[in-house]
Every structure is written in structure tokens, then in C-alpha cells.
Design a protein around this ligand. Structure first.
Ligand code: SF4
Length: 348
């Protein structure tokens, strides 16, 4: 009788308790597993924080931004890097071959007097009000009232958006990452390009090369980025170091070094040169630019971009003084002259 009660009541009850315990253990085990995946992600993030690529022209504010988990790309879980986006253009035709899906990133340390994207200079809204030293040396403040809302997006989200336009790209199109200065968000850029290549996309970056450093971890990061880039659109702002400083607030030494590095690894490059009357539209400087470009064997194309003042309204909206007030666009003849001089570098 006692044995019968044991078999019918106590044992099933005991089994149920055991199953419950096992189920709880299984649940805990899977929770632990999830946590360990997140931990791996967190480790990756800490690696990305030591990246000194953004060191070129860093301000105190930018240094502080390293502790912001989104800065330079945040990895919450695998393949979920985030970047600060200024805007996206789905049908670009001027920034690389074919039809391009263009991602404009925020952040730039140059202060080109003719910049028509001054609203990309400051990377994050929490950096406002931001003091910016203009190329003239004047320090101006951009207040948060004028700032755009932060647009923080994941790599996967951007590439999924780009995929929607893939049918229009044909053989030559793809994605272009521009800015601002895309190399300032080096971790995010690397992840974006790496994932884009996995999806078989053609990749371009449009850069002024300002963050380039030729040694250390920063250089390794740039090497990785360039490896995932099919074509570099390189802006040469001015060939003369002093004039470059007057025009952008920074020397061009490391930018010309960057051009030489790209040549040394045979990376295809398209040069872009903004023609500004009285600043770059000077035959002597154009000849010097052609001389320099002639030393490179990887330049496939040179675009002369006539200065225009269409971005002046942004300076006004941001309360910044515009140094090129009154400068007119170059004449057709001067644009043709610049093209003729610079083309010497292609027909050598
Ligand atoms: S590099 Fe481009 S975004 Fe930066 S200041 Fe110059 S024109 Fe503006």
C-alpha cells in the first residue's frame, strides 16, 4: 500500500519538481549564453575606443566624445555599429562611377572657407554650443538652436536602405561615403565598408584626407578602410601648405602624404579640386598641383569644381561669418584653363 502511494503520488511529484529545476537551469544557461554574446560585443567596443584615427585635428570636445558609446561606432551586438549621419542621397551621379547611394557622415576638422556643408562640422548635438576656430583664426560659436537632430543609424540599416536602389546601379554604381570627413568616424566607416563588400557592393569614399596619420594603430585602421574601398575621391584643397592653411585652417602635409600612400598601394583615385578665384585659380598653383599629381600613377580622373556660393545660407543660419563674401564663381574660360593645366598630370 505504502509502495503504491509512493509510485502514484510522490514519484510523479518529485519528477515534476526535478523537471522544473532542469527547465529553470536550461533557461539560466541560455540567459548566460546571451550575456556572454553581449560581453563579446562590449569587448569589441572597448577595442574601437582606443582608435586614435580621429586624432587628426581633435579638439577637447572630440576627445571627450570617446567616452560616448556611440562615438566612432557602437557595437551593442554583432554587426550593429552605429554612426552619426548628416544625410543620405539615394541617386547621386557626381560622387563616383554610375549611380551612387551616398551616405554623408557628420564631423569635419577642416574649416574650408567655401564649405557648403558647415552643418556637418560638429558631429554630435551634445557638443553644442560648439566653439569652432575658422580658417581666418576667428573663433565662432554654433549654438544648439541651429543644430540638426542627431541621426544615428546602424550599418545594417543603411545597407538595407541602399539595397533598395541596387537595381539602378548597373555594373558601375554602388555606395559612396562622404561627409563632412568620413575618416573621422573610422570604426563605423570600416564596418560599413566591410559589410558592403560582403554584400558585393562597389565602394567609394569621398575624403579630404585630413585625419591621415602614417604610423601606429591609426594608420592600420586607415589601411583596413582603404582595403575595403574600391575608389578614393580625394579633395586636394590647395597645393601650397601656407595657402592651404589660410583656406582650411590646416596644413596639407599629411594630405599630400595620404595621396602618396594611395599611390604606393595602387589604389584608384579621382582628384577633386575646387577652383576659387584668387585662391586656387592661380596658374602658378595650378601648375604646382599638376606637377604633384604627375608624380602619382594611380590618378584616374581630375575634376575641377568651380567655386559657388550656394552653401552661404547655411553659414548665415549657423551665425558664422562667411569669409568669401563677394567672391564670384570662376568664368568658363578659367575653368577650362584649370582643366587644361591639370590634365597634364593624366597625359604624361
Ligand atoms: S572638407 Fe568638406 S566638409 Fe570639411 S570643411 Fe572642407 S568642404 Fe566642408
Amino acid at each position: 500500500m505504502i509502495l503504491e502511494i509512493f509510485c502514484k503520488v510522490v514519484r510523479p511529484l518529485a519528477n515534476r519538481v526535478c523537471e522544473g529545476t532542469l527547465a529553470r537551469r536550461r533557461h539560466l544557461a541560455s540567459t548566460k549564453c546571451e550575456l556572454s554574446v553581449r560581453y563579446v560585443g562590449a569587448k569589441s567596443e572597448s577595442v574601437s575606443r582606443v582608435d586614435p584615427v580621429q586624432g587628426g585635428g581633435r579638439t577637447e570636445d572630440q576627445n571627450r566624445s570617446r567616452v560616448d558609446p556611440v562615438q566612432g561606432g557602437r557595437r551593442e551586438k554583432e554587426n550593429h555599429m552605429k554612426g552619426y549621419i548628416h544625410s543620405i542621397e539615394s541617386f547621386g551621379s557626381a560622387d563616383g562611377p554610375g549611380i551612387r547611394f551616398i551616405i554623408f557622415l557628420k564631423g569635419c576638422a577642416l574649416r574650408c572657407k567655401y564649405c557648403h556643408n558647415v552643418d556637418t562640422w560638429v558631429m554630435k548635438n551634445n557638443e553644442f554650443p560648439a566653439k569652432v576656430r575658422l580658417a581666418t583664426g576667428e573663433v565662432a560659436e554654433i549654438s544648439v538652436d541651429h543644430a540638426f537632430k542627431d541621426d544615428i543609424r546602424e550599418v545594417e540599416e543603411i545597407l538595407d536602405m541602399a539595397e533598395r536602389y541596387r537595381n539602378y546601379w548597373g555594373e558601375t554604381g554602388g555606395i559612396t561615403v562622404s561627409g563632412g570627413e568620413p575618416l573621422l568616424q573610422a570604426d563605423f566607416l570600416l564596418e560599413l565598408l566591410t559589410e558592403a563588400k560582403k554584400r558585393g557592393m562597389n565602394t567609394c569614399i569621398d575624403t579630404a584626407g585630413q585625419p591621415f596619420i602614417s604610423e601606429g594603430a591609426a594608420f592600420e585602421k586607415i589601411q583596413d578602410i582603404i582595403e575595403k574601398t574600391d575608389l578614393v575621391l580625394l579633395d586636394i584643397k590647395h597645393i601650397d601648405p601656407e595657402e592651404h592653411k589660410r583656406l582650411t585652417g590646416h596644413s596639407n602635409e599629411n594630405i599630400l602624404e595620404f595621396a602618396k600612400y594611395l599611390d604606393s598601394i595602387h589604389k584608384p583615385v579621382w582628384i577633386r579640386h575646387v577652383l576659387v578665384p584668387g585662391i586656387t585659380d592661380v596658374d602658378e598653383y595650378l601648375e604646382e598641383t599638376a606637377d604633384f599629381l604627375s608624380t602619382l600613377s594611380n590618378v584616374e580622373r581630375i575634376d575641377v569644381l568651380p567655386y559657388h556660393s550656394m552653401g552661404v545660407y547655411k553659414w548665415k543660419e549657423l551665425g558664422l561669418p562667411y569669409a568669401l563674401e563677394g567672391v564670384e564663381a570662376p568664368s568658363k574660360e578659367r575653368v577650362e584653363n584649370a582643366k587644361r593645366i591639370l590634365s597634364r598630370a593624366l597625359n604624361k
